[in-house]
Design a protein around this ligand. Structure first.
Ligand code: APR
Length: 245
């Protein structure tokens, strides 16, 4: 199967990776769903935009605990580094990620579309000014805008918020023009992100999927299913690709 996947990659014109929480599990970041999923422990209401506006402190306490105190120290794993190597060798053109953990950037990838935004910056809910979270610090919650005094929120999208531009436009364009999508660690259950691989398939793209379990894609659009952990499987795929390039 790995060899078949390598052949697909070599024969593809444009290749895009589409990643979800599963690619970062081996970096110590739990997924949202499935075994050890965050939504098994926390009620996602705190990430609803209306809840945030009505209870910024309550929301921020959980946001800080989960996305900054706990995730903040995570480092990329072999899957992230494998994609960065693929890009450097000219076999990967872009990554669309649903993740906000910044691990694709940390591993050296360059063309990255953050479909759900990122946790690196905070943004003012009133004037829209952005600050690196490192500059603001999260000792006093909720953090306040130095420009207008309003509350700052993380620059990732909450449930009920629109997908950020230009990531949205760039991601849907990949679904129009790519010949091959490599799906890594995503359930395919959250719209509108989850529609992108289906759109790519409709436009003639081949689909390689890496996941420890089957997803909403596997039986419907996946051409090659590499069942296993993202770190090992992506590393094996890239190793086979680069050793025989
Ligand atoms: N290796 C590969 N795949 C894994 C691994 C692993 N080590 N661990 C878990 N997975 C797979 C699971 O089988 C599942 O398909 O990763 C996926 C994790 O599912 P989710 O947590 O739902 O992640 P994702 O699909 O990215 O969620 C989409 O939902 O809550 C929102 O905005 C949030 O971006 C997130 C979106």
């Amino acid at each position: 199967m790995i060899q078949k996947a390598v052949d697909l990659i070599k024969n593809a014109g444009r290749v895009t990776a589409f990643t979800g929480a599963g690619i970062s599990v081996e970096s110590g970041i739990p997924p949202f769903r499935g075994e050890n999923g965050l939504w098994n422990k926390y009620d996602p209401t705190f990430l609803n935009i209306n809840y945030f506006h009505s209870n910024p402190l309550g929301s921020w306490k959980l946001i800080k605990e989960i996305f900054y105190d706990f995730f903040g120290e995570a480092t990329p794993n072999k899957a992230h580094y494998g994609l960065a190597e693929m890009e450097k060798a000219g076999y990967l053109d872009a990554i669309i990620t649903q993740n906000i953990d910044n691990l694709h950037q940390k591993s050296g990838s360059r063309e990255i579309f953050e479909f759900h935004g990122n946790s690196r910056n905070l943004i003012c809910v009133d004037c829209g000014k952005k600050y690196p979270v490192a500059e603001i610090g999260l000792d006093n919650l909720p953090p306040e805008c130095m420009n207008c005094g309003a509350v700052l929120k993380p620059d990732f999208i909450f449930f009920g918020e629109a997908i950020p531009e230009p990531a949205r436009t760039n991601s849907f364009r990949e679904a129009e023009i790519s010949d091959l999508f490599i799906l890594i660690g995503t359930t395919g259950e959250v719209m509108p992100a989850s529609s992108i691989p289906f759109l790519a398939k409709e436009n003639g793209a081949k689909i390689i999927e890496i996941n420890i379990n089957k997803s909403s894609y596997t039986e419907r659009i996946t051409d090659i299913f590499l069942q296993g952990k993202a770190a090992e499987m992506t590393f094996s795929l890239v190793k086979e690709l680069l050793e025989h390039s």
